[in-house]
Design a protein around this ligand. Structure first.
Ligand SMILES: [Zn+2]
Length: 461
């Protein structure tokens, strides 16, 4: 017996058509008219768009904070939020422990995600402690389906690598045909500016943005691009926030380098001014790199699809109680905000409905491009015979006011509180199984999400 998604407008990055979609088992088997046969189960998509499940390639779900504690999400709440936001695959950031192996870190993340996730998941490996045995593990990770490696130029003594270690890892990843992800900010400059601000007594949330200037991001972006050039590595720059950093990426591309740029939903909606909201409200907008100017926000919108290929969430929610750890010092506020569930409805409302993005472009930046860059295409990232039946039945007639009271992630706050959105998920299938039906979470889906062994990455352009 097949399932027919009937009467919707099927949208991919390449175009749209009114058609039925036939699902058998975990796969799409046909797209077209007249696919129904007796006994098929029908999911009515009349008046709706049928989108390929979105892929969020930058999340921090259940981020460990030490002592068995974590940020505001569990693997269940985070992936439920993903599903309600039209996302059927997340690629989460693993961080190696100091002195630990990559294999142990991967096992830890898989152990926590496996029984809980309701959508599919893969991982990037964050390498923070470089040694010859760790470099040797890069080949092992590639075989395990972890084909991208995240490196940091900020957070000295915690996450940051110096240039020698950046270069060593980039060479090994290049030799293994993997992809380097870079968090590009000059950590030493930022640490100096933060220490000076704290010494002056400038401790309110707005100093988070003032001590993480755009030039510090641009410098590290330029350095990462040049190191990748020297190492022969392909580079994906996570959370690009500003014109200056984007200019460095474009310069690298003009030299012929394979470099991709990601921005995140919050940089398209908020600016540094939000950090100055009174009564510690600004703490909700403390995330890194920091929010920038209205001009930067506009540059990011106009760069989508041609210069910035991916919009991810950098989802990292915290409760108000966790944010309050920085009540007396902005540098102690945990960095991050929710975004997994927000990404699609907010891009749809303020991008597609307002005419800044086509639906096809929305699919490209949230699904098809990440699938191609991260070795999941064409299994995921499109709707085609043979692809996984990861399908979003997107109802454009839904209208609502966003609130932490009704969102699904584990946080009791959201920077998007009170904002208007149209469009939402009516039904959602992950590998053919309904995870959301009629706007509600289907029973028994906990643990349905499966680990994705990703392939070697392939180019978008
Ligand atoms: Zn992140």
């Amino acid at each position: 017996m097949a399932t027919i998604i009937a009467g919707g407008t099927v949208v991919t990055a390449a175009g749209r058509m009114l058609a039925d979609v036939k699902v058998e088992g975990a796969r799409v088997t046909a797209i077209g008219a007249g696919l129904r046969t007796a006994g098929d189960e029908i999911i009515d998509a009349t008046g709706c768009y049928v989108l390929p499940g979105a892929i969020d390639p930058h999340t921090h779900i259940e981020l460990p904070t030490g002592g068995g504690q974590h940020n505001a999400d569990t693997w269940h709440s985070g992936t439920v939020a993903a599903a309600f936001g039209g996302t059927t695959t997340v690629i989460d950031m693993i961080t190696q422990e100091k002195g630990g192996t990559l294999a142990d870190a991967l096992a830890d993340w898989r152990r926590r995600a496996g029984p809980a996730a309701v959508v599919d998941y893969g991982f990037h490996m964050g390498i923070i402690d470089v040694s010859p045995p760790v470099l040797d593990e890069i080949d092992l990770m590639m075989r395990e389906g972890v084909t991208s490696f995240k490196l940091y130029t900020a957070y000295r003594n915690r996450l940051m690598l110096d240039d020698a270690h950046l270069f060593a890892v980039m060479r090994r990843v290049a030799a293994a045909n993997g992809l380097v992800l870079i968090h590009a900010e000059n950590g030493d400059v930022i640490d100096t500016l933060v220490a000076e601000a704290v010494a002056r007594g400038d401790v309110a949330p707005q100093f988070h943005a003032l001590t993480r200037p755009a030039a510090a991001e641009a410098e590290a972006t330029a350095r990462a691009c040049r190191l990748a050039e020297l190492a022969g590595a392909r580079l994906y720059v996570v959370h690009v926030t500003c014109r200056e950093a984007l200019a460095e990426i474009e310069a690298a591309r003009r030299r012929g380098q394979p470099v991709w740029a990601e921005t995140c939903t919050h940089y398209l909606f908020f600016t540094a001014d939000d950090l100055a909201r009174p009564d510690f409200e600004g703490a909700k907008w403390v995330l890194s790199p920091a929010l920038r100017t209205p001009e930067d926000r506009e540059v990011l919108w106009t760069s989508l699809t041609h210069s910035v290929e991916v919009v991810a969430s950098d989802h990292c929610p915290w409760t108000n109680a966790q944010k309050a750890k920085g009540w007396e010092r902005f540098d102690l506020i945990p960095n991050g905000a929710p975004g997994l569930e927000e990404r699609l409805p907010f891009l749809y409302t303020y991008g597609v409905v307002e005419g800044r993005l086509t639906l096809e472009e929305l699919v490209a930046v949230t699904s098809t491009n990440p699938a191609k860059i991260f070795g999941l295409y064409p299994r995921k990232g499109t709707i085609a015979p043979g692809s996984d039946a990861d399908l979003v039945i997107w109802d454009p007639h839904i209208n609502r006011t966003w609130s932490a009271k009704s969102h699904h992630c584990g946080s009791d706050n959201t920077p998007y509180e009170g904002m208007w959105v149209s469009g939402g998920v009516r039904h959602l299938l992950v590998r053919g199984r309904p995870v959301i039906t009629g706007g509600a979470l289907a029973a028994g889906t906990e643990g349905w999400g499966t680990y994705l062994e990703r392939g070697s990455d392939r180019a978008v352009r």
